[in-house]
Design a binder for this molecule. Structure first.
Ligand code: PHE
Length: 366
């Protein structure tokens, strides 16, 4: 039985510990879910090869939420009531994690999101954790980079008004950029899934910005980049972790060149632990280089496994307590110590997009 089976596929029984996973395996955020699934499967494979946990093998039940928060919430209900999982990993998109957290918290089942950065996710309750930084920091990172490195004075913002992540990052960026002496010329909005952004981009162009902050997901950002260039907007685009996908280059082509985004991890990191992770991941996934989603999901699964080992039993309260005590855990996307609000405090990297890839520019510490 593969460690990663679709919901209902993996065996229950006394010889296994069953974890749950919810991710976007299809839809506009599909690369997020697929990378995360790969990272989690690698962590479980390694743990099982090393003997499992408490004498049992680990298995994970995975549900595809099709990039929809309502589906993500339903998947959590199924994982808890039917599959009787001890813990849930997911989601990537903050809007989906928010919908899931509600259910997991109510049932007392611990949930760890690898990569949702909206601060309100872990505020849903004491069973909800994350292994990544949060958006008040991520928004500051790009505001600082725009002011101090790119020396921009006037920036426009284009937000996704269907995404808690995008709305949150917009708010922080606007505030921090202004605090650092910059001016926001205008804030325009689109809805996830839109395909024509010309009206908003035309309005943005009129304000003559020196850069445009687009804190969205890759499916939309790639198209936005093309349409911006077609309308003669040549200034750099800037974004957050939601840009991290191979598909960004496919959709954006050369229009995305010269843009920057903040992220959790760079595969250029020369650290031995990171190098080993990249080599192991490539070996399992046809030479694919792991993105931040894969790295964070791998870390989230390893934090979960570490807590399972330390907890006296696999009940919700015991696991919750063990996860909360995570300290100095050596992740591939940074060292993880969970604070009183169940968040990790970590550095961010800024990456530059050019020639169909993103390259490391700088690290910004909290
Ligand atoms: N931080 C994003 C969110 O909260 C998700 C994401 C993380 C996307 C990392 C790509 C890379 O919605």
């Amino acid at each position: 039985v593969p460690a990663t089976a679709q919901g209902g596929g993996a065996p229950a029984g006394d010889d296994v510990i069953v974890l749950g996973e919810v991710g976007a395996l299809t839809g506009g955020q599909a690369t997020f879910g697929i990378s995360s699934r790969n990272g989690i499967a690698l962590a479980l494979k390694e743990a099982n090869a090393a003997g499992g946990v408490k004498g049992k093998k680990l298995v994970v039940r995975v549900y595809d939420d099709q990039s929809k928060p309502e589906e993500a919430a339903q998947a959590v209900t199924r994982l808890i009531t039917q599959d009787k999982v001890v813990l849930i990993l997911g989601e990537v998109a903050s809007s989906s994690s928010l919908a899931m957290a509600e259910k997991a918290q109510a049932a007392g089942v611990p949930m760890i999101t690898p990569s949702s950065t909206n601060p309100t996710v872990t505020e849903k309750g004491d069973n909800i954790f994350r292994v990544c930084f949060i958006d008040p920091f991520q928004g500051f990172v790009m505001a600082k980079f725009a002011r101090e490195n790119l020396k921009l004075n006037k920036v426009a913002v284009l937000q996704d008004n269907k995404s808690a992540y995008s709305i949150g990052l917009t708010e922080v960026f606007r505030q921090k950029f202004a605090e650092l002496g910059g001016k926001i010329t205008v804030t325009e909005s689109y809805s996830q899934g839109d395909t024509d952004y010309r009206a908003q981009l035309t309005a943005i162009k009129k304000t003559q910005p020196e850069g445009i902050y687009v804190p969205g997901y890759y499916s939309e950002v790639g198209v936005i980049a093309r349409q911006a260039r077609e309308l003669g907007l040549k200034v750099p685009l800037m974004g957050g972790d939601g840009w991290d996908s191979e598909k960004l280059f496919e959709l954006g082509g050369s229009a995305i060149d010269g843009s920057y985004f903040s992220n959790h991890y760079s595969p250029d990191n020369p650290d031995e632990r990171v190098k080993k992770f990249i080599a192991d991941y490539k070996a399992d996934y046809n030479g694919a280089v792991p993105d931040a989603l894969a790295a964070l999901a791998y870390d989230a699964a390893r934090v979960a496994i570490d807590a399972l080992k330390r907890a006296p039993d696999t009940s919700g309260p015991a696991l919750r307590e063990a996860i909360a005590q995570t300290k100095d855990f050596p992740g591939v996307a940074g060292v993880i110590t969970l604070d009183a609000k169940r968040n990790a405090v970590k550095s961010a990297v800024v990456l530059k997009v050019a020639d169909g890839k993103s390259t490391y520019v700088t690290t910004i510490a909290p």
